[in-house]
Structures are given as C-alpha cells and as structure tokens.
Write a protein that binds this ligand. Sequence first.
Ligand code: IPD
Ligand code: CA
Length: 334
Amino acid sequence: MATHSYTAQDLETYLQFAIRLAKMAGPVIREGFNSRFTPERSALLIKKGNSADLVTEWDQKVEKMVRAEIDEHMKGHSFIGEESVAAGEHGALTDAPTWIVDPIDGTCNFVHGFPYVAISIGLTINQEPVVGVIYNPILDQLFTAAKGKGAFLSTINQDPRSEGRRLPLSHPHPPAPLPSLSMALVAGEYGSDRKAEIIDPKVKSMRNLSARDPLPEPSARKVGHAHGIRCLGSAALNMMCVAQGQFDVYWEIGCWEWDVCAGIIITREAGGIVVDGCGDKVNDAQLLTGRRFLVVRACSGNDGSILPEDVAAAQKNIVDEVWSVVENLRLKRE
Ligand code: IPD
Ligand code: CA
C-alpha cells in the first residue's frame, strides 16, 4: 500500500531541485575529468573492492556536496548514494521519498578520459522512481523526467523557459517497432566484478545476443544475432541511448539502484520499458534492488499511429527473445 502521497506540483519542485543539483555538480565533475592532465593525476584513484571497481576523490566530493543540499532542502527525505553505501551505510529502500544518487557513473571512463561520464540523480516515492536527472557535463547533455510529464534532453546553457527535446529523438513520430533482436543495436557491460562465476555467464550471454550460431549442446541456448553490441561504460548513459532511440536494447547484470534509478523513470517517460534482466516478474522495489536489468526502447509516439497494445506486444517480444538467449545469473547484495 502506497504510504506517501504527492502532487504534480511536488514532482515539479523535486525535478527542478534535481536539475539544480546536476548544475552544481557539473563543473566539479568537469574539473576532475580535466585534472587527469595535471601532475596530481596519480592521486586521483582510490581503489575500492578490486582493480576494476574504481572510485576517485571526485566521486566522494560530488556525493558529499549533493547530499548536503538534499539534507538541507528536502527535510524528511532519505538518501542512498553509491559512495555512502561503499563507506558502510545500509541504504535500505523504503516508501519514504528517497534520493538515489550516483555522483559519477562511468568512473572508469572518468579516469581514462572517455567522455561518457554522468551524475545520476533519481527520486523514488513508495519505492517507485518518479523523478530522474542524468547529466553528462563533458558532453553537456542533460536528461530529465518526472512521472507523467515526458522525458527531455537539453543542455545546461539552454534557455530555462524551454524544456529541450522530447525523447525519443524521433518524437513526435514513433520509432518503428523492433521486429526481432536480429535488427537491434544492443548495449551490454562486463561490469566491475570479474570473478569467473560472474563474468563467464555474462560473456556467454553477450555472445548469444550477438552470435549467428548457438553453442553446441549441452549448453545450447537460442541466439539473437543482433546488429551489434556496444559498451559505453556507464549504465545511466547506456539507458539514455535507449531513451533517445539510439540503442534498441540494454542488458546488464550487476549494476545497482544508483546506476539505474534516474534512468528507469527517464526511459519510461520516453516510452521504453525496464524489466528484470533474466525473466523474473518483479515490482519496482525488486527491480531496483535486483541488480539485473533489461531495457527496451519505445516504439510509440503520441500520434496514435500504433495502438498501445501493439506497442506492448512488440516490446514484450523483444523481452522474451532476450530472456531466451541470456544466462540466468543472480547476484548477491552484500
Ligand atoms: C558502473 C558503470 C558500468 C556498469 C557497472 C556500474 P560506476 O558504475 O555504470 O557501466 O557496468 O555495473 O557499476 O562504478 O562507474 O559508478
Ligand atoms: Ca559511481
């Protein structure tokens, strides 16, 4: 039972607040990104759990700054942030309005100077994502959405009276329904946990998403023979490529609620769907914390040319096809 009520005006206030946070964080992230050219570069990296799980002093600085603003201006709201959880906070998801933040998604890109880096700011109420802001300050791309109000791409310097470009980018025309995985551009990631028991089934899944021929028995699963596989190195920005209609599908096992919370509401408002990565039927709370995600792009506009039931059926076909080719991998929440 939903315990927290809110109005459309509340959502607008939260959205504008999240945009303000992204605007504050942008220059700080950019400064850190550019500091790789300075002699202090070697001080940039702080190792987390393993050599592929990276965090820098900039991740921590940005999260501290954002959290201080939330604590000051959003009294009674909860906070779950990647670095706070890494530092030992419990980060339990409840019905209370909860800001779920990744200060820098794409930290590995950040360290290497690959410009797919973003702050991801999501808000859940009753454990449902209702506001999302994802900002890539290197490319100056601001993705925003609030439940029921559509998703938009703009830039920080844009005229504040304009909402930006409505997503997907083909708007107002619907992107054509995707007939099968064999016509799809798919995003997937290796993730940061490279233990054999985790990476091997992921690689097998990516292989099957893209392969023409199934593996020999007994491990045979179906194959997708997708047009291509891409890894941007940022879950949030992979999702934004789906929201824009540039990627058709994104599949990942292993990321966390802060990687996807904002992305879920932006993708949904852009007409896409986000479901469990391997075939479970889940509610939003289970989806957020389940660490397995499958995202499928929109195939509807608001011109009414495709019936909602046909849209849902086309998206469901793709979901079923992905579930039939990927391994059923379940990861723990430590
Ligand atoms: C990671 C990125 C990466 C994904 C990992 C995430 P981080 O987040 O989104 O693309 O594969 O699962 O943990 O560590 O850069 O914030
Ligand atoms: Ca991060």
